[in-house]
Design a protein around this ligand. Structure first.
Ligand code: FE
Length: 205
């Protein structure tokens, strides 16, 4: 077992301090006992590292910006539209897309726990699960937005959507000015995870 400075600072740490080492040890034992299949495990890890993540949601947003028909279908019933792109599965069974406009800014929270559209946005950020965000998003959404650096015009209403085990939301941010002529890939780069939760705006090109 390698020794480093943390061992001196934490003399009680007899186990590896790095959680990754503990996970590896556990994986080895479970594999040796025949309780897990390493190939299946790799597939799960690959899914969450590479295939699921905010790029999926960003692709949906870029398509909505580029294609009015796609956008209309998405707003009408998002679940089959995103499933057609291959974005479905756990925590994304019932998707609702909500569109930001000059009149309304949408923002998503789960006041009960941490419900989140995994197939489109991956694993939720730590702050999304925090007590502070869950309480304040509903009580003082404009202040929360200000904490994220977002200031909206007074005439823009803020609508907060509470996720549930049944329904997950995707915010379609407003398309920034000066993006005419940009293709899907270029537009995707302007769409951050937070913009699709509603705690950020799309980036300016
Ligand atoms: Fe939840």
């Amino acid at each position: 077992m390698p020794h480093d400075h943390s061992d001196h600072e934490q003399p009680h740490a007899l186990l590896p301090s790095d959680p990754a080492l503990r996970v590896k040890a556990l994986e080895t034992i479970l594999t040796e006992k025949g309780l897990i299949d390493p190939a299946a495990l790799e597939d799960i890890i690959d899914t969450y590292e590479n295939r699921i993540g905010p790029r999926n949601g960003a692709r949906v947003v870029a398509k909505a910006w580029l294609d009015d028909g796609f956008r209309a279908a998405l707003l009408e019933d998002a679940t089959p539209v995103v499933a057609d792109l291959g974005y479905y599965g756990r925590q994304g069974e019932h998707m609702v897309a909500v569109e930001n406009t000059a009149d309304v800014h949408n923002m998503v929270v789960c006041t009960l726990c941490s419900c989140y559209p995994w197939p489109l946005l991956g694993i939720p950020p730590g702050w999304y699960k925090s007590d502070a965000y869950r309480a304040r998003a509903v009580r003082e959404p404009r202040k929360v937005l200000a904490d994220f650096g977002v200031t909206l015009p007074n005439e823009t209403a803020v609508r907060v959507w509470d996720s549930t085990a049944e329904v997950r939301y995707l915010v379609i941010p407003q398309r920034p000015a000066g993006t005419e002529g940009m293709d899907e890939e270029a537009l995707m780069a302007l769409v951050s995870r937070d913009a699709m939760i509603g705690t950020a705006l799309a980036r300016q090109p």
